[in-house]
Design a protein around this ligand. Sequence first.
Ligand code: NAD
Length: 322
Amino acid sequence: MEIPADCVVTGGAGFLGSWLCERLLAEGARVVCVDSLVTGSTANIAHLRETAGFRFVDADVTVGIPVEGRVDAVFHLASPASPVHYQRMPLETLRAGSHGTGHALDLAARHGARFLLASSSEVYGDPEEHPQRETYRGRVDPTGPRSMYDEAKRFAEALTVAHHVEHGTRTAIARIFNTYGPRMDPEDGRLVPTLMVQALTGQPLTVAGDGNQTRSLCWVGDLVDGLLRLACSDEPGPVNLGSDDERSVSEVAEVIRQVTGSTSPVQHVPRAPQDPLVRKPDLTRARTRLGWSPTTPLRMGLSRTAAWFADQLATDPPHASV
Ligand code: NAD
């Protein structure tokens, strides 16, 4: 794999972005991390600030991406990503997918750089096809409670394809499925951080509905490897990246109880409106075109994540609302 020498990572101070910056630096690349810190944090990149070749630019990608110098690859991750965040910032989320993606594409086109869009399994909505292949067109409610995110990603994909067609921009679309690991925001309402914090602080583990709805959770290190393989290929995508180890939400809660050594009971709470019932990628394309599939077992990844959350909670106890 030939890693691009000069990379721009938008959303680089977020969960996935900080892991991507770290991996690119470890591979010898120079990295400009562009982030407005709207949901990310400087704590996520504090360990990179002294690394040679790393630069942080505080900017809102919906306004512009003020990066000078050579650019070989643009990884566009900047967007609110959890329901708690995107439902609080619906217009900001739509602007990140539209104006933000436009600015990132223009930057890549100006430099003849490779462009990678961090799209989402949410483009499939609440799916009727299972597992989801890239050819599935999805079932998204354009005015529903998740529409600001789902439609922003769908528009971002359309814009990416249009840029390739009109300008020949070297684009790639990654459809990322639920990914977990250290540096997830403990208060962003996503499944793993919510259950981790509850388990580690002796609160009941809240499981939505009957807990039979499924998720397929991917270890962040595996996911970042998939993003790099896609960026280093000529594959335009879309390519599903995630884990196909499908588990019920109840099962995930049980594994988290075990790896944290928690005795907290499970408490069933109402499901969020239009929360997808099933989620599992068909990974044939990733396997055949990129030679990629995730390798980290769920229990191992969740153990590592639990250790990180335990550490965080020891230094920064949670707010009462989590
Ligand atoms: P995150 O919230 O931790 O990171 C997103 C980052 O983007 C944050 O640092 C935030 O400050 C930044 N950002 C948001 N809007 C911005 C703007 N207008 N200008 C500059 N920076 C901005 O979320 P994440 O989980 O790391 O997700 C990263 C990307 O991957 C997102 O595009 C998300 O939609 C996509 N994705 C993530 C997952 C997952 O499971 N984590 C799944 C599917 C897709």
